[in-house]
Design a protein around this ligand. Structure first.
Ligand SMILES: Cc1ncc(COP(=O)(O)O)c(C=O)c1O
Length: 409
């Protein structure tokens, strides 16, 4: 028997792999199997809010009918299931972004939409503009296409920004990625004035905008604000002349396991994304598209109402616990929706170091802030998600974490 050594794979991977690294969140989630860890880390939906019966009925109905099941278990078109694309286009139209099914591509979660958009727009060295901090998963999706990042400076949308200085030495026509509603990781939203300022900046820089609306339907307080896409269409006249690509998902409202998301944008862009989708995985699971359509066709807004009150109640609980237990010098803006609170620690305190101690000494988990920064990191912040723990766990976890932070100050 001859033995051979394993190939040196690192010599064979493409250049782009130098930018692709393991996600700290995913690595961390592996630790969370330990039953005694109290976790604010995940940022995943509360499984007790999954519409299980609704989905069960939809799967049964689709599989029991010979004609429907023959379709549901078959290959299908890359654009996605027409009735669901139509449903999405009609809902987006009602919400102020007039469009039709030709403007909608179904994707395997909104994460795939980010990847396909990266593939379509980013050559190595291209410029991507992001908020500071921004969604780590978007950075992971874009990193494979080797862009350079610009953090939009704090306050730039309220106080104005020197666009020319910002872009000095950068590849022109940047791709801008923003989460205007209840962002991951901060839980914060752009005001109407900031949305308008962002569109003006996009005009000045000839920037294509990605609007990631993952948490938009989870508002539990305050007034609904127009989408960037809606504002863009209102001023440019039509979705075909808009520069915004809207990424939506059913992950936070139905179930992430369906892997059902979409991109809505000008047809010239959607048509190209369809080709990339074809090359990536042909199409989203046909049965899941048909089931999702059934699941949202009736009573969806009511279901969203139940989610909003459940997450709103959890947000209230964690805000009260933070107020009660956190030492002075720790600050957090209150969210009006979504699943996250962004805790600013005193200057000099490092979220990663704090996590190691929190796991070892207090059995509490969260996500350190640093990986959410694209260009210039800040260490003294952490992300808490309140979507999963019970009220009692929130109270207990915040108390333990506050005790640790107090000792570290
Ligand atoms: C801001 C944001 N965008 C996109 C996603 C991706 O979600 P999905 O691919 O399940 O739609 C997430 C998931 O956590 C997210 O937080």
């Amino acid at each position: 028997m001859t033995t051979t050594t394993a190939p040196d794979w690192t010599q064979r991977f493409s250049d782009r792999m130098s930018r692709v690294r393991a996600s700290e969140i995913r690595e961390l989630l592996k630790l969370l199997d330990q039953p005694d860890i109290l976790s604010f880390a995940g940022g995943i939906p509360d499984p007790s809010l999954f519409p299980t019966e609704r989905l069960q009925a939809a799967y049964e109905a689709v599989l029991a009918d010979p004609e429907l099941s023959a379709q549901a278990l078959q290959y299908s078109v890359s654009e996605g299931y027409l009735p669901l694309r139509r449903w999405i286009a009609e809902r987006m139209t009602r919400a102020g972004a007039p469009c039709d099914e030709n403007n909608v591509l179904l994707t395997a979660g909104s994460q795939q939409a980010l990847d396909l958009i990266g593939k379509l727009f980013l050559s190595p060295g291209a410029t991507v503009m992001v908020a500071r901090p921004t969604y780590l998963g978007a950075l992971q999706a874009f990193n494979a296409y080797e862009p350079n990042y610009i953090d939009l400076p704090d306050g730039a949308l309220t106080n104005g920004v020197d666009a020319e200085a910002l872009m000095a030495g950068r590849a022109p026509r940047p791709l801008g990625y923003f989460v205007p509603d209840f962002a991951n990781p901060t839980g914060q939203s752009l005001t109407l004035a900031e949305r308008e300022a962002l569109l003006r900046l996009a005009d000045t820089l000839d920037m294509t905008l990605i609007e990631d609306a993952a948490y938009r339907d989870l508002r539990f307080e305050g007034e609904v604000l127009p989408t960037l896409l809606g504002l863009d269409i209102a001023r440019s006249g039509s979705i075909e002349t808009a520069r915004t690509l809207y990424c939506g998902t059913f992950s936070k409202t139905l179930s992430p396991a369906l892997r059902m998301g979409w991109v809505c944008g000008p047809r010239a862009v959607i048509d190209k994304l369809v080709l990339l989708k074809q090359g990536a995985d042909l199409h989203v699971s046909t049965i899941n598209q048909m089931v999702t359509h059934r699941a949202v066709s009736e009573g969806y807004e009511q279901h969203l109402g139940a989610l909003r009150s459940a997450y709103g109640a959890k947000a209230k609980t964690i805000l009260a616990a933070l107020e009660r237990h956190m030492p002075k010098g720790v600050t957090w803006p209150a969210p009006q929706g979504g699943m996250f609170i962004w805790l600013r620690l005193p200057e000099g305190m490092d979220g990663k170091v704090l996590l190691e101690k929190a796991l070892a000494e207090e059995r509490v988990a969260f996500v350190p802030g640093e990986p959410f920064f694209a260009e210039v990191p800040a260490a003294n912040a952490i992300r808490l998600s309140y979507s999963l723990p019970t009220d009692a766990q929130i109270e207990d976890g915040v108390k333990r974490l506050a005790g640790l932070i107090g000792r570290e100050m």
